[in-house]
Write a protein that binds this ligand. Structure first.
Ligand code: ZN
Length: 259
């Protein structure tokens, strides 16, 4: 079987045995691939020492059940601005881990869409001043692609619209802010009437944050400081709830932020 040459973003690279590397990547033509690069730590010729995250390569892959064979790689782009900035590494690592966790090997890759989304996300991290903003925007875009985008503008139970009228059906006691209830389990906001019936525990966000998150699924947006803080409260937890696990890179982000 001949190898397939395809553009790939390296997601995770670990040493294996004496001289090999196990690599997870998101490729344009094959989607998510996990493979072994034999002799990668010895062969400068075939891999040029380029097997590390935040690198875009042309990879020759021989697909196999289980671990594929990675035959050679040539660097197309090295995201140096990420590799030299701890905050960008932290949010970039989160983006890579999230993408890998949400995709199946050989699946979810109609027309290279996942690869394109991740490439755009990594480019965003490398150029935007605030990598957290790029990460939150990426959350919305990948959730949307995978069909998990939360309901931000309508009640996830009764489908009442938040932005019709004065939004009052969603606002709790006017003296408390933020005031719209969000349910991880139901994947969306819940109006006050439905909250009374369900009695479940909710996180609270403001209307402005909901609008920002909704828009972020569709286009590039800038987050206010408050929208970033509230998004960090609800989105990673929402994702963890649905993945059934917490992403490891979140601990790295927390320790970096000193919380
Ligand atoms: Zn409702």
């Amino acid at each position: 079987l001949k190898g397939i040459e395809t553009k790939s973003l390296l997601v995770r690279c670990t040493n294996y045995g004496e001289s090999d590397k196990i690599v997870t990547l998101i490729s344009q033509d094959l989607g998510k691939v996990k493979g072994i690069a034999k002799g990668a730590r010895r062969s400068i010729k075939r891999f040029g020492g380029c097997l590390e995250p935040f690198t875009l390569v042309n990879m020759v892959i021989r697909p196999q059940k289980g671990l594929s064979f990675l035959e050679e790689a040539h660097v197309l782009k090295n995201f140096k601005t990420i590799k030299s900035d701890l905050s960008k590494i932290a949010y970039g690592s989160y983006m890579l881990e999230l993408t890998s966790a949400m995709s199946l090997e050989g699946g979810n890759n109609e027309g290279g869409a996942l690869y394109e989304l991740l490439l755009k996300g990594i480019e965003d991290i490398s150029v935007r001043k605030n990598p957290e903003e790029a990460a939150r925007e990426y959350d919305m875009k990948i959730l949307s692609m995978m069909g998990y985008l939360p309901s931000f503008l309508a009640c996830a139970v009764c489908n009442g619209r938040l932005l019709e009228g004065n939004g009052r059906p969603f606002l709790r006691d006017a003296s408390r802010s933020p005031d719209v209830g969000f349910s991880w389990a139901r994947g969306g906001i819940i109006c006050v009437e439905c909250q009374k019936k369900s009695g479940e525990e909710l996180s609270y966000v403001s209307v402005g944050t909901l609008k920002t998150l909704h828009a972020a699924a569709l286009r590039t947006v800038s987050f206010t400081k408050n929208a970033l803080a509230e998004s960090e409260e609800i989105i990673p937890s929402f994702i963890a709830y649905h993945l059934g696990k917490k992403l490891k890179s979140l601990d790295f982000i927390s320790s970096m932020k000193g919380v």
